[in-house]
Ligand binder design. Sequence first.
Ligand code: GRF
Length: 196
Amino acid sequence: MKNIAVLVSGGGTNLQSIIDAVESGYIDGKINVVISNREDAYGLYRAKKHNIKAVFENDENKIIEEIKNHNTDLVILAGFLKILSSKFTRTFENKIINIHPSLIPAFCGKGYYGLKVHEGAIDYGVKVSGATVHFVDENADTGPIIAQETVPVLPTDTAEELQKRVLVIEHKLLKEVVKKYCEDKIRVEKRRVFID
Ligand code: GRF
């Protein structure tokens, strides 16, 4: 069984989908700790409600220590809005995954977070958007892509409406990837990721 740490900055609906998938037995893993750089993150409250250790911490070195203390096999960034240093990403190389609410390499990288991602997609006029789960390297949203899924962008969409539609598939995609990771079914060769 894999040891999982989840990092959140906000509401934590992606965290909740992982908690539910662990509790139902879909994912063969254990969430040992949820860490947030924001004291008031609702994600911390979700963790406590499920008897998971919830830590508010902003200092990256302390976050690294906390993750190491639990023999963590997988670090999930689930709406974690702080950019990680290369020290962090090297410490947990190929063990950190992130969920991003667009089809990378579109609408990602610096400045593309929250509603800005969806505003970008709508303003550009794309007909499909979606979600991406990827490994995290030292740059924002550039690591090897593990899985992607699309949703339509409708002519009448507001950023909020598109965000909601994408969020539904985020929850599904993230738990599928975490399941495969916990079963050692994900392999990386350079930028290409293979799922058995
Ligand atoms: C999600 O859209 C995720 O893709 C992005 O931040 C948002 C977090 O939502 N990285 P939540 O906190 O999981 O509800």
